[in-house]
Ligand binder design. Sequence first.
Ligand SMILES: Nc1ncnc2c1ncn2[C@@H]1O[C@H](COP(=O)(O)OP(=O)(O)O)[C@@H](O)[C@H]1O
Ligand SMILES: [Mg+2]
Length: 336
Amino acid sequence: MIQFNNVTKVYQSGDKEVKAVNRVNLSVEKGEICVLIGPSGCGKTTLLRMVNRMIEATEGLIEVNGENIQSLDSIQLRRSIGYVIQQTGLFPNMTIEQNVSVVPRLLGWDRVKIQHRYNELMDMMGLDPDEYRNRYPWELSGGQQQRIGVARALAADPPVMLMDEPFGALDPVIREHLQNEFLRIQKTVKKTILFVSHDIDEAIRLGDAIAIFNAGELMQYGTPNEILSNPRNEFVSQFVGSDRTLKRLNLLTVDDLLQRVAAVRQKKQKSYKEACGGSTVRRDSDLRNALSVLLSSPTGAAAVVDEEGNAFGNITIADFERLVEVHPAQLKSIVQ
Ligand SMILES: Nc1ncnc2c1ncn2[C@@H]1O[C@H](COP(=O)(O)OP(=O)(O)O)[C@@H](O)[C@H]1O
Ligand SMILES: [Mg+2]
């Protein structure tokens, strides 16, 4: 859906050249969230803004939905891509309704359709349409302004969204709340999203894929689990942190573990609960929680139960050792 082929951006800064993005190859699947992450100045914003041609690439080719963006009219391109930034970019002299409706108005939608869309988006964001309709951005909290920023970007229902640290300025509790809301909304709207972050926990939580950059170069591209389990080099390893095993356990569920390591045994054994001395764990539980259960289970095993409490498999401490490749003695320290 979004494809970067050998993309480079060189800025002229006085008589010096700054290579902000260096020969990047990256492909983002339709309906997925790809998080671009790396230290400040590594080229994330530059890469993002090249997609809607707010910045022109120096070399290489960018395709959106199979089309070379150079062959498209840049104004039309921009209107067909949602864009959200940290400072919201809301127009201070426009009401909330006017802000949300900017692109539909530019596209010439009729009044009734615009109003309907505004109401729909505000409901989606969990904000009362009538309560906010005539207010101005400065009358809203930071978290509410960010929601309006997201609503505005979604207004014309663009297939692609570019989001540049949209929750970066919010305090941690509100940020996590908005991240969860964002994931809930994405489940229904299924946009193709490039999302810039500098926070690895945010990247793991939101990304279907993560692209880690250093000094304009792509260091590694993969699913959160791939990157946490196999950091390709020292830089990535440092960046994801020494607690990457714990992060993986928070990310994966008991279902994931069953699929990966316990599939064979699952079919053989019948009375799971008995065999496990009564220890049970839900299939949708994260692996950190599951490990706590296993470590306090007298048999070192736990029956896996579905939503109705029916056991259909089991997991053991040995499964964990195989999955996370750590010594048994270390497992305890992971969950403490
Ligand atoms: N307009 C510009 N002129 C010159 N250098 C720039 C310009 N914009 C960004 N840069 C440089 O390009 C590099 C990448 O910047 P940026 O894409 O903003 O990184 P990030 O978003 O990862 O913090 C940095 O070294 C930055 O100083
Ligand atoms: Mg940036």
